[in-house]
Design a protein around this ligand. Structure first.
Ligand code: DUC
Ligand code: ZN
Ligand code: ZN
Length: 495
């Protein structure tokens, strides 16, 4: 019997800390050997001429997520329940097509409801897909029952991050509620991830814009300028610092918000910053395309400007922003769950926020980052795979090409030129905001736990083969043990 189930031979293997030409031996879905001239395995992949990278880890994506209002602030007290069009099966295809092999997505909570009741349902949905997955738990109603009884049960199941929104009508938390989530997370040893925009400020601006008849999609950006994001980022960090609870700031779109993170990091605060491809590729001007087209680019925070893209790249290079996720949150343009669900003349407030981005995430960052010389290949690997795996407690199993790690690999043709089209995205959505974008560098093969799941754009994976990734305690998110005066009302678990 062959020593290896699979040998990936002769590629330029990127570790995140340099590249080396070597073979990779895989047994039972794990990497068991790295070396020159390994013996043949039961199967051999000729990787000559390609870059062999760890499979992408997308630690922020919304898949098949039942929501009320679909991330539109419609003002209705209890908008109807809908589920994203993207199922775990279609999302898995999209991810594999783009070189991603693991995701962390969101179990919802709606105000007035618990969280435990959603868990089994969401696990079952995810189990039907092909991609390995872990969960953040959204907290929109931190009641005694939820925080003291249900969240601890979820943590015991391996859900080790809580997600809070500081805006969105049906989801946002006030400061007292946010403090409660931070406190509970600290006692349980969880990470808290935060959507930072000021709810009251956006509501005020929205009201004024609509009063003045400024209703088109482009006014989405006017309702939530960078200052609104900067203020919420500052507040999110200050309260986390007060509690001494590690947090990750999601989807940072602008320098002013990133500067808040940099300042806190310089004080030693455990705060990490994430950004997304849309904040280095789409602009507010895209939301001003004719007719209703602008809705295709509406996400929150709003896309900014070309000049801001360069400032975000600088914050990436400095390490202030150390994870690039997709925030894939997909609504088709047409259809009753789509961007047009409230009509072609819907005011911007009533259009669902979110864009598809699974497949395009890695090619856009590779092309705009590595191919154009803004970041190195090592930085690319760390930003899109190693760092999210570490921060989410999935390392070293995910995010690395190392002995013992899952054999999740993406083979890249770094010179391949591709014009992005919706057909290439392989998702369930009828458009991509990146249509027509030219990129250099494309994943030509994706391997998940030693199995080739995408070859030359063709996804070939059996349904219901994605595995749940439970997360236990890990050192990176341990609180520093520093409170303003030593008074610590919410001690973390004993190590
Ligand atoms: N932003 C979006 O654009 N969609 C989903 C949630 C979010 O924060
Ligand atoms: Zn968000
Ligand atoms: Zn999101």
């Amino acid at each position: 019997m062959a020593e290896f189930d699979l040998v990936v031979r002769g590629g330029e293997v990127a570790t995140g800390f340099g590249t080396t030409r070597c073979d990779i031996g895989v047994k039972d879905g794990r990497i068991v050997a790295l070396g020159e001239k390994l013996a043949d395995g039961a199967r051999v992949v000729d990787a000559a001429g390609t870059l062999v990278l760890p499979g992408g880890v997308d630690s922020h994506c919304h898949i098949e997520e039942p929501s009320r209002g679909g991330y539109a602030s419609t003002g209705q007290a209890e908008p109807p329940l809908t589920v994203n069009e993207e199922s775990f099966a279609t999302a898995s295809s999209a991810a594999f097509a783009g070189g991603t092999t693991s995701v962390v997505c969101f179990i919802p909570q709606w105000k007035g409801y618990g969280v435990w009741e959603r868990y089994a349902d969401y696990r079952a949905r995810a189990a039907r897909g092909m991609i390995d997955h872990s969960f953040h738990q959204i907290i929109s109603d931190p009641t005694d029952t939820v925080m003291d009884q249900e969240v601890p049960r979820l943590v015991a199941e391996g859900v080790r991050s809580l997600k809070v929104f500081l805006t969105y009508e049906p989801l946002h938390l006030n400061d007292a509620q946010y403090l409660r989530v931070l406190t509970k997370a600290r006692t349980l040893g969880c990470l808290v991830t935060v959507h930072c925009e000021n709810y009251e400020a956006i509501n005020w601006r929205t009201h004024e814009l609509l009063k003045h008849g400024m209703t088109a999609p482009k006014y989405h950006a006017w309702a939530r300028p960078p200052v609104v994001e900067r203020e919420a980022t500052h507040r999110a960090i200050a309260l986390a610092e007060l509690v001494d609870q590690p947090i990750q700031i999601f989807h940072v779109s602008c320098e002013e918000a990133a500067e808040e993170i940099a300042r806190a990091q310089a004080r030693g605060v455990k705060v990490w910053g994430e950004t997304c491809p849309q904040y280095v590729s789409l602009t507010a001007a895209d939301m001003d395309r004719p007719g209703f087209e602008g809705a295709k680019f509406m996400c929150s925070p709003a896309p900014r400007s070309r000049a801001e893209h360069e400032r975000v790249w600088e914050m990436i290079r400095r390490g202030t922003l150390d994870v690039i996720s997709s925030d894939h949150c997909a609504f088709s343009f047409e259809g009753d769950r789509g961007k047009r669900q409230n009509g072609s003349d819907a005011v911007f407030r009533d259009i669902p926020n979110g864009i598809p981005g699974f497949t395009a995430r890695l090619p856009i960052i590779f092309s705009e980052g590595v191919s154009k010389g803004r970041i190195s290949l090592d930085e690319f690997v760390r930003l899109t795979s190693t760092n999210p795996a570490r921060l989410m407690g999935l390392a070293p199993r995910k995010g690395a090409i190392a002995i013992g790690a899952d054999a999740d690999l993406a083979l890249w043709d770094p010179k391949k030129k591709v014009t992005i089209t919706n057909a290439l995205m392989q998702h369930a959505i009828d458009y991509t905001p990146y249509e027509g974008m030219e990129v250099t560098g494309w994943p030509v093969m994706t391997i998940r736990r030693g199995e080739v799941v995408m070859r030359d754009g063709k996804v070939q994976a059996e349904p219901s083969t994605g595995r749940f990734l439970p997360r236990g305690p890990y050192a990176m998110i341990k609180p520093r043990g520093i409170t303003p005066d030593g008074f610590d009302p919410a001690p973390p678990p004993a190590a």
